[in-house]
Design a protein around this ligand. Structure first.
Ligand SMILES: [Zn+2]
Length: 62
Protein backbone atom coordinates (compact mmCIF):
# COMPACT_ATOMS: atom_id res chain seq x y z
CA UNK A 1 0.00 0.00 0.00
CA UNK A 2 1.46 3.30 -1.03
CA UNK A 3 1.00 6.40 1.00
CA UNK A 4 1.36 9.04 -1.67
CA UNK A 5 -1.36 11.22 -0.23
CA UNK A 6 -0.40 11.76 3.36
CA UNK A 7 -2.92 13.56 5.52
CA UNK A 8 -1.02 16.78 6.01
CA UNK A 9 -3.97 18.66 7.43
CA UNK A 10 -2.60 18.64 10.95
CA UNK A 11 -3.94 21.96 12.03
CA UNK A 12 -2.31 23.85 9.21
CA UNK A 13 -3.99 27.18 8.62
CA UNK A 14 -3.86 26.69 4.86
CA UNK A 15 -5.17 23.91 2.72
CA UNK A 16 -2.08 21.99 1.68
CA UNK A 17 -1.61 22.67 -2.00
CA UNK A 18 -1.02 19.74 -4.29
CA UNK A 19 2.49 19.45 -5.72
CA UNK A 20 2.39 19.51 -9.49
CA UNK A 21 3.29 16.08 -10.88
CA UNK A 22 6.63 16.09 -12.61
CA UNK A 23 7.83 19.30 -10.97
CA UNK A 24 11.00 18.73 -8.97
CA UNK A 25 10.58 21.96 -7.04
CA UNK A 26 7.05 21.10 -5.99
CA UNK A 27 8.14 17.62 -5.02
CA UNK A 28 11.02 18.96 -2.95
CA UNK A 29 8.77 21.49 -1.25
CA UNK A 30 6.17 18.83 -0.50
CA UNK A 31 8.92 16.67 0.95
CA UNK A 32 10.24 19.52 3.08
CA UNK A 33 6.72 20.24 4.26
CA UNK A 34 6.27 16.62 5.25
CA UNK A 35 9.52 16.70 7.21
CA UNK A 36 8.54 19.94 8.92
CA UNK A 37 5.16 18.53 9.90
CA UNK A 38 6.83 15.43 11.29
CA UNK A 39 9.10 17.62 13.40
CA UNK A 40 6.16 19.69 14.55
CA UNK A 41 7.55 22.79 12.85
CA UNK A 42 4.26 24.09 11.60
CA UNK A 43 5.51 27.55 10.71
CA UNK A 44 8.06 25.98 8.38
CA UNK A 45 5.40 23.64 7.03
CA UNK A 46 3.22 26.65 6.32
CA UNK A 47 6.13 28.37 4.56
CA UNK A 48 6.52 25.32 2.35
CA UNK A 49 2.80 25.29 1.62
CA UNK A 50 2.91 28.93 0.62
CA UNK A 51 5.91 28.35 -1.62
CA UNK A 52 4.22 25.36 -3.16
CA UNK A 53 1.08 27.32 -3.81
CA UNK A 54 3.02 30.20 -5.32
CA UNK A 55 5.30 28.09 -7.47
CA UNK A 56 4.63 29.25 -11.00
CA UNK A 57 3.84 26.77 -13.73
CA UNK A 58 3.27 27.32 -17.36
CA UNK A 59 -0.27 26.15 -17.87
CA UNK A 60 -0.95 24.39 -21.09
CA UNK A 61 2.48 22.84 -21.46
CA UNK A 62 2.35 19.21 -22.51
ZN1 LIG B 1 6.27 23.39 -9.14
Amino acid sequence: MTTQNLPVTLGLPLDPPEPVPGCDVCRALAHQRGEAVRKGDLSRATDCSIELRNHPHEAGTA
